[in-house]
Design a binder for this molecule. Structure first.
Ligand code: FAD
Length: 466
């Protein structure tokens, strides 16, 4: 077995790869982790922004954790260059590091906005630990900060929800005709927009920002339609692209642009067999399709990391592919879309705009191949139905006569789910072909390193420790 595994990146793809290597090799290989940020979960940043947890609770691995796993860490260092053939990395500061196998798990980064005023203080993306800190600093001491968010994508809206919880005054500018254009169709988005209006969120769709000016700390965001919005903080949430700049000319194939990414096979190998890629940076297999895609979401990063880790540890485990899915709390309205949700062919839709209800199942023959949901969490079964439809898609289950049943009983997903044995199929399948092992962070009574904020967090942590 090759004995030096080098991992670039400290996100979920990297940490899951490391844990999986150790599950299989029991400590036999040398592992070095290089990450320019501390190991953390971007998914946890909204909870810090909303004040539900403290900054330290977004971190996923400290010296103790990596020490347990026998990992040498080089946190705060940046990889500048890869020499694939020479099996060598160049790091910031000019030092170099040799590897036998390499995992590129460098995630993605926000795309800037080429408009006047984009470089002003208090105009920023909201993607990293540093961005979250600077957003909190920018509004420190302001009683009800005014925030303008440019762009209305999935991640932007997760942060919008966190700011809504804080009671901040929110406005959104979206150049497409409706919010969440890459997650909801027009009808579902219309319901989400009505809901946001009720929550006091000021929406400006179908227009762009022409420039931002500042007078002291206050900013004015000027829209192409002439509207002027006042803000203490402007968030640029106009998309991300994979962090692949340092991979250029390395010998590893890269697709430039958006979404771009590093193409990988079903073992997460790049075109160079001993170099793997995983997570937001990787263009990997898609469930039920011959296409490859970047599905820049946490579950895909975790799956990619585990598959890469198993194969780096000498196993031969293939990935069935990731499912495109977005499940989002839109300031209290639950919205979700799965699979080929843009398909308008064979669909079953029920909608009640006044009741904030939307459900659409998209069919290919007797298979559900896409779905869109919007609804209040208090609606009977809304959240469990979302989970069941996701399971039906993941298992690619033929609905047979249950398709007609769903046409007549669109709110009764439970019966077809049980009758077609989706739960059994899910319970019987494991990503790595063996039962899941206990996560490393739970070992040795490891608990939260800092005090919990609020009772629900306290309860969660104490359950884990038990
Ligand atoms: C605010 C926010 C909320 C989110 N919420 C959700 C959610 O609710 N559900 C969901 O499914 N997904 C969510 N996501 C997306 C999810 O966090 C990402 O899909 C996931 O983090 C990708 O994991 P990764 O390991 O591929 O990359 P990342 O988590 O981005 O980690 C990559 C790391 O590599 C480091 N790095 C990059 N280049 C280099 C280099 N050259 N040298 C050294 N280090 C480098 C980066 O700084 C970073 O720390 C959210 C993302 C954000 C930003």
């Amino acid at each position: 077995m090759p004995n030096h595994n080098v991992i670039i990146g400290g996100g979920p793809a990297a940490t899951n790869a490391i844990e999986t290597i150790r599950q299989f090799d029991g400590g036999d290989s040398k592992i070095t982790l290089i990450s320019d940020e501390p190991a953390h979960s971007r998914m946890a940043l909204p909870y810090w922004l909303s004040g539900q947890v403290v900054r330290e609770h977004t971190h996923t691995g400290d010296d103790g954790y990596f020490g347990n796993l026998g990992v040498e860490t080089r946190i705060g260092e940046h990889v500048e260059k890869i020499d694939a053939k020479g099996k060598k990395l160049t790091l910031s500061g000019g030092s170099s590091l040799e590897f036998d196998q390499l995992l590129i798990a460098t995630g993605s980064a926000p795309i800037g906005l080429p408009i006047p005023g984009a470089d002003l203080d208090g105009v920023q993306p909201l993607w990293s630990l540093a961005h979250t800190q600077s957003a909190l600093d920018a509004v420190d001491g302001v009683a009800k900060p005014r925030v303008v968010m440019i762009g209305s994508g999935f991640i932007g809206f997760i942060m919008l929800n966190a700011m809504h919880k804080r009671g901040w005054q929110l406005a959104v500018v979206e150049r497409e005709a409706h919010v969440l254009p890459r997650m909801l169709n027009a009808q579902a988005a219309d319901i989400a927009q009505k809901w946001l209006g009720r929550q006091g969120v000021d929406l400006h769709c179908g227009t762009t920002v022409s420039g931002i000016t500042a007078s002291g700390k206050a900013k004015t965001v000027e829209l192409a339609d002439g509207t002027k919005l006042e803000a203490d903080l402007v968030i640029v949430a106009t998309g991300v692209q994979p962090n692949v700049g340092f991979v250029a000319s390395s010998g590893v194939d890269v697709e430039e642009g958006v979404p771009g990414g590093i193409p990988v096979n079903d073992r997460m190998q790049t075109n160079v067999s001993y170099i793997f890629a995983a997570g937001d940076v990787a263009k990997g297999p898609v469930l039920g399709s011959d296409e490859k895609a970047v599905h820049a979401i946490q579950p895909t990063a975790v799956d990619h990391g585990r598959i890469a880790g198993a194969n780096m540890a000498g196993q031969s485990i293939t990935y069935p592919g990731s499912l495109s899915m977005n499940i989002l709390d839109v300031c209290g309205l639950q919205c979700a879309s799965f699979g080929d949700w843009t398909d308008t062919g064979d669909t079953m839709t029920i909608a009640n705009a006044e009741g904030f209800i939307y459900r659409s199942l998209i069919w290919t023959g007797d298979h559900i191949t896409g779905a869109v949901f919007a609804g209040r969490p208090t609606d009977m079964g809304m959240l469990t139905d979302v989970g069941m439809v996701k399971g039906i898609l993941q298992t690619n289950t033929a609905m047979g006569p249950w398709k007609q049943f769903l046409a007549e009983n669109p709110f009764d997903i439970r019966r077809p789910y049980v009758a077609t044995k989706v739960a059994q199929k899910l319970a019987g399948s494991t990503l790595l072909g063996r039962p899941a092992a206990t996560r490393q962070f739970q070992f040795k009574g490891a608990g939260a390193a800092s005090p919990a904020v609020g009772k629900s967090h306290d309860l969660y942590v104490s359950t884990k420790q038990g």
